[in-house]
Structures are given as structure tokens and as C-alpha cells.
Design a protein around this ligand. Structure first.
Ligand code: EPS
Length: 355
């Protein structure tokens, strides 16, 4: 069965939900680990007040028995505490640049900017994080593990030495109603060689991972391995020479001593660590000096509407990215190994690794 999922829900609606289909039966689920990812997504210095209003926890409404998947569709639900009666709220007419406000209102022929704002809100990433955490439970069975780290906030590299500087910068921006972007990195360890497929363009895993990460609000760039820096290297310094060690059981004995590819060649995993980096733009809701906009009713110049917003959400975005990467890797893993039960998947995996 094809692995797939859909999400539904608005930022201030009753709940966010997802239906996940195609995970094999018998996958042990640790709900605490899903809730842990949800709380990580809500943490980080510079988040909005919404994070203190919500304590996201997931409910699993179907597809699970005795803490194991049944192989049937799994329904996940995260209730919103900060709900609003959207029918009763005054209409919003001054779209914020950089958000879904203008394009969404025109595209769907709405008369209220709030409609698009509600669905396009980064709040949706809570349920995607839950789906990804579920997928991490599956991939952990095959010793695949995930790391996320922030490497830059605004212009400052993120190291233990710059932590205080970064906090001060975020604080200063917050007091001025400004926002900050940054760069984060996802590292995945334990992947087998051969996930993804170059036989068709849309099966290439680098493209699919980039799409998954680009779909997180405010992400403007994704790179693998040497990435953009690789463009300035010579060919002799931009790749990973191939060696062979007959004693090595990993990757059929083929060995690499460098990781410039980021763990993917031709859209297929090499069996090395996967390294993905993404750039996040500063959020465009500026609380004290909103950007220029147009009133969509009168067409007169105005300032963009102001909504509660984060000063800096780069850490949160890195947690979301880690989890959407887990979703896409689960899809690729099941394309390769299949299986209606975890046992069947495991047998296929073992047979492939030990031909
Ligand atoms: C977010 C939820 C949102 C925002 C933020 C992140 O909730 P609310 O709109 O109620 O404040 O705090 O989203 C955005 C700033 C955005 O533009 O999407 C969350 O749960 O991460």
C-alpha cells in the first residue's frame, strides 16, 4: 500500500488532524516520543505568546491497538485551546506581504483575509510534526536516527559562544517588533543505500525532501551536503571518491571518506549520513512598523494587518523539518522494502542488505 497522509485544520479552529495510511502493522508507537517532538516544536527563544497558550499533545483516534499500528489508517488529532468563532470575527482586509494573505484571498475569491491566514498559519506544522514523529517511530525500528540543529540566526553563527549574543539580538528585535530568520541543518543517520529512484524525475529523493522542507512556512532555500558552497569548488574537490573494503559490512563494502554529496547521489541515498540545510526568511508580520499594503476593499494604501507572531522561529522550523524529512524517508523506505507488517518489511530489508 502506498504511504500517504493529509492534514486538515485551521490555526484557531477546533483541532488539527491528519490521516496517515500505509504504515505496516506491528510498529510499536511511543506516544510520549510524539508529544516530545510537539513540545520541542513549541520551544526556542523568540516564539510567540501562542506557545504558552497551547501545550500540544496528540490523540490517536484510529489504527492503533495496544500501542502498535494495525496497518490501517491512523487518525491523529491535536486540539486547539486558542479557538475562535471565525464566523463572528470582523473581516480583515489589509494583507501582509510574505504571507498567504493576498494570494490566498484573490485565488479563493474570499472577502476576508483571515480565511487564508488561518489555514496557511505555521500552526499546521504541529500536526505534520506529529505525523513525522510517528514516522520516526517506524524508522527507529531500522536504527535510523534524526538530529536537528540551528547553525545561524540572522547574521550570527550559532555556537555555544554566541548563544548570549543571539538571545540579546532576538530580545532587541522583539522590543522593536522586528523579526529574524536563519539557517538550520538536519542530519539523518543509519539510512540504507538505495532509497529514492532516478528512473523517474519525481521519484528522486533529493527533490522530494526539498519539497517537503520548502513546504514549511518561511523556508526559502534548501541544500544538500556542499550545497551552494559546492558551486564554487573544483570538480576534484566537490565529490566523494569511491573505495572498497571487503571487511566492511556496510554499503556492500563500498566506502566514502568524504560527505560532499550530503548522502544522496542521483536522488538515491548512498548509505552515508543525510545532510540537509535550509534557509528561513524572517517572518513578515512586523508588529510595530507593519509593511506597506493595500486595503483590498478601498484599494487605498495602508499598513499590513498585525497578527500575533514569532520574533524568531528558526529552532521550531528545524524540528518541523526533521519530522517532514522523516515522513518523506518513510515513504521512500516503504517504496523500497514494502510490507503489510513490520516483520515483512524487516525481512525484505535484511534480504537486501545481506544478498
Ligand atoms: C504558530 C501558530 C500561530 C503563530 C505562528 C506560529 O498562532 P497564532 O496565529 O494564534 O499566533 O503564533 O504562526 C505564524 C506566525 C505564521 O505566520 O504562520 C505555531 O503553532 O507554530
Amino acid at each position: 500500500m502506498t504511504f500517504r497522509f493529509l492534514t486538515a485544520g485551521e490555526s484557531h479552529g477546533q483541532a488539527l488532524t491528519a490521516i496517515v495510511e500505509g504504515l505496516p502493522s506491528g510498529v510499536p508507537l511511543n506516544i510520549d516520543s510524539i508529544n516530545h517532538e510537539l513540545s520541542l516544536r513549541q520551544s526556542g527563544f523568540g516564539r510567540s505568546q501562542r506557545m504558552t497558550l497551547e501545550k500540544d499533545t496528540v490523540q490517536i483516534l484510529s489504527g492503533i491497538k495496544n500501542h502498535q499500528t494495525l496497518g490501517f489508517p491512523i487518525t491523529l488529532l491535536i486540539s486547539n485551546k486558542d479557538t475562535k468563532n471565525l464566523d463572528a470575527l470582523p473581516k480583515l482586509t489589509s494583507p501582509r506581504p510574505g504571507h498567504a494573505d493576498l494570494v490566498g484571498t484573490l485565488k479563493f475569491n474570499h472577502d476576508d483575509v483571515r480565511n487564508s491566514l488561518e489555514r496557511a498559519s505555521a500552526r499546521e506544522t504541529a500536526i505534520r510534526t506529529a505525523v513525522g514523529a510517528l514516522c520516526q517511530n517506524f524508522l527507529n525500528e531500522f536504527h535510523v536516527s534524526f538530529l536537528a540543529r540551528v547553525i545561524q540566526i540572522g547574521p550570527l553563527p550559532a555556537t555555544s559562544k554566541t548563544e548570549k549574543k543571539i538571545k540579546n539580538l532576538i530580545q532587541t528585535c522583539k522590543s522593536k517588533g522586528e523579526t529574524l530568520g536563519g539557517i538550520f541543518e538536519i542530519c539523518v543517520k543509519g539510512l540504507p543505500l538505495g532509497l529514492g529512484n532516478f528512473s523517474q524525475w519525481d521519484l528522486k529523493l533529493d527533490g522530494r525532501l526539498a519539497q517537503a522542507v520548502m513546504s514549511i512556512p518561511a523556508i526559502k532555500g534548501v541544500e544538500f551536503g556542499a550545497g551552494f558552497q559546492g558551486a564554487s569548488l573544483l570538480g576534484s574537490k566537490a565529490h566523494d571518491d569511491i573505495f572498497y573494503d571487503k571487511k566492511s559490512k556496510k554499503n556492500f563494502g563500498y566506502v566514502r571518506k568524504t560527505l560532499r554529496s550530503g548522502g544522496l547521489e542521483a536522488g538515491v541515498t548512498t548509505g552515508q549520513d543525510l545532510i540537509l540545510r535550509a534557509a528561513m526568511k524572517p517572518l513578515s508580520t512586523l508588529t510595530q512598523k507593519p509593511l506597506n499594503s493595500i486595503n483590498m476593499v478601498t484599494k487605498e494604501k495602508t499598513k499590513a494587518l498585525v497578527q500575533r507572531t514569532d520574533t524568531c522561529a528558526v529552532w521550531a522550523a528545524s524540528i518541523v523539518a526533521k519530522n517532514v524529512v522523516a515522513i518523506e524517508l518513510t515513504r521512500a523506505f516503504l517504496e523500497k522494502f514494502g510490507g503489510d507488517s513490520l516483520e515483512e518489511t524487516r525481512n525484505n530489508y535484511k534480504n537486501y542488505l545481506v544478498p
